[in-house]
Write a protein that binds this ligand. Structure first.
Ligand SMILES: C[S@@+](CC[C@H](N)C(=O)[O-])C[C@H]1O[C@@H](n2cnc3c(N)ncnc32)[C@H](O)[C@@H]1O
Length: 337
C-alpha cells in the first residue's frame, strides 16, 4: 500500500485534512498527519475533538528558518489555506477604511504566505495545495500572485493557479476560490486541475428537516435587511440580503461573518413569514463536511469556522488528481509492503 505523510497549516477546523483523508481512502493510500498549525484556540478545540492527536504548532511565526528542521517533520504533502482577509475584497475595503495596510503589507496576516514558502523550500514535499480567495489573483493588479508564484517556482513545478467553484463539484454553494498546486518534480505530463463534476444538487439537499424557531430572524432584523436593500439599490451599492429557496441550485458564498446578520443566505419560509438563518450544521453541509463532524457547541464560533473552511468536495478532487500525478509518474513516495 502507498503511504503519505502530510502537514496541515492554518488548519482551521480541518477542512483540507478531511478532503485529503477522503481522497486517500478512495485511492487506497494510507495517510498520516504529522503536524497541524492553527493559532485560534477555539478552532484547535474543534480540530482536536475530531482528529486523533498529532503534533501541533500554534503560531506559524514561531517556525523560522533556523528551527524549521527541528519543528517540521518530513512530509509528502503540505496543505495551507492561508488567511484571506488581507487579500479579499471586503478585507481590503475594511483595511483602507481603517487606514491599515492590506496585502503583504499587513504584518499580522498578509505575509504569512512567506512562512509557508520557507517551509516548502526547506522541506521540499512532493506536492502542496495552497488555497485562498479568488481576489488573491487580482489583488494589486495581479502583482501579489505573481510574487508568490515567482518564489514558489524557484523550487517547484507550479502550473498556473485555477479558480474553482464549489457549485461545480456537487455543493449547493457559489464559492469561488483560487487553488495553487505545486510539485517537487515536473513529470513528462502537465498536471491537470479537476474538471467540474456537474453533479446536480439544490439548497434543499443541505437543509435540516426540523429547525428550531430560534433560527427565524426577528422582525427588527428583517425590517433592517429590507430597508438596507432599498437604500443599497438607490445608491447602486451592493446587493443586501439574499433569500434562498430549497429548489435553487446554490446559495451565495457563506463567510466567517454569517452569524452577524445572515445576509449572505436567509432561508425563505413562506409568504408573510420571516426567513431564517441556516443552522451551523447546514453551513458545514454547504462546505461538504461529513455528518459525523463534531461542530462547536457555540453557535457563533461554529458559523465562523464553517465560513472560513474550504469546500471539501473541491479539495478532495484536487487531491485525487495530485495522487494520480505523483503516484503514476513518480517514485519519490515510499511504498510499503
Ligand atoms: C482560511 S482559515 C483556514 C480554514 C481551513 N482551511 C479549514 O478548512 O477549516 C485560516 C486559518 O488561519 C489561522 N491563522 C491565522 N494566523 C495564523 C498564524 N499566525 N498561525 C497559525 N494559524 C493562523 C486562522 O485562525 C484561521 O483558522
Amino acid at each position: 500500500m502507498k503511504t503519505i505523510k502530510f502537514i496541515d497549516l492554518f488548519a482551521g477546523v480541518g477542512g483540507m485534512r478531511i478532503a485529503l483523508e477522503r481522497s486517500a481512502f478512495k485511492n487506497n493510500i494510507s495517510q498520516k498527519c504529522v503536524l497541524s498549525c492553527e493559532i485560534d484556540k477555539r478552532c484547535r478545540e474543534v480540530y482536536q475533538n475530531n482528529f486523533l492527536d498529532n503534533d501541533f504548532v500554534e503560531d506559524i511565526k514561531s517556525i523560522n528558518k533556523k528551527n524549521i528542521h527541528k519543528i517540521v517533520p518530513d512530509h509528502d504533502v503540505l496543505l495551507a489555506g492561508f488567511p484571506c482577509q488581507p487579500f479579499s475584497n471586503a478585507g481590503v475595503v475594511q483595511r483602507r477604511y481603517l487606514n491599515r495596510p492590506h496585502g503583504f503589507s499587513d504584518k499580522k496576516q498578509g505575509n504569512l504566505i512567506f512562512n509557508v514558502i520557507d517551509i516548502l523550500r526547506h522541506k521540499k514535499p512532493s506536492a502542496f495545495i495552497l488555497e485562498n480567495v479568488k481576489n488573491l489573483g487580482s489583488h494589486n493588479k495581479g502583482r501579489t500572485l505573481q510574487v508568490i508564484l515567482k518564489e514558489l517556482r524557484k523550487d517547484f513545478y507550479v502550473p498556473d493557479p485555477k479558480i474553482l467553484n464549489a457549485k461545480d463539484f456537487g455543493l449547493p454553494q457559489k464559492r469561488e476560490r483560487i487553488y495553487i498546486i505545486g510539485f517537487k518534480k515536473k513529470k513528462s505530463t502537465e498536471f491537470n486541475y479537476p474538471t467540474p463534476t456537474s453533479q446536480r444538487t439544490s439548497v434543499g439537499k443541505i437543509l435540516e428537516k426540523k429547525v428550531s424557531k430560534e433560527y427565524t430572524i426577528s422582525d427588527r432584523l428583517w425590517t433592517g435587511h429590507k430597508n438596507r436593500k432599498i437604500r443599497n439599490l438607490k445608491r447602486g451599492a451592493g446587493f443586501g440580503y439574499r433569500l434562498s429557496k430549497s429548489n435553487e441550485p446554490f446559495t451565495r458564498t457563506i463567510t466567517s461573518r454569517y452569524a452577524k446578520d445572515g445576509s449572505e443566505c436567509l432561508i425563505y419560509q413562506g409568504k408573510n413569514k420571516n426567513p431564517r438563518f441556516l443552522t451551523p450544521r447546514e453551513c458545514f453541509r454547504l462546505q461538504g463536511f461529513p455528518e459525523s463532524f463534531k461542530i462547536s457547541k457555540y453557535k457563533t464560533h461554529a458559523y465562523q469556522q464553517a465560513g472560513n473552511a474550504v469546500p471539501v468536495n473541491v479539495v478532495t478532487k484536487i487531491c485525487d488528481n495530485i495522487f494520480n500525478y505523483i503516484f503514476t509518474t513518480s517514485k519519490n513516495l515510499k511504498k510499503t509492503a
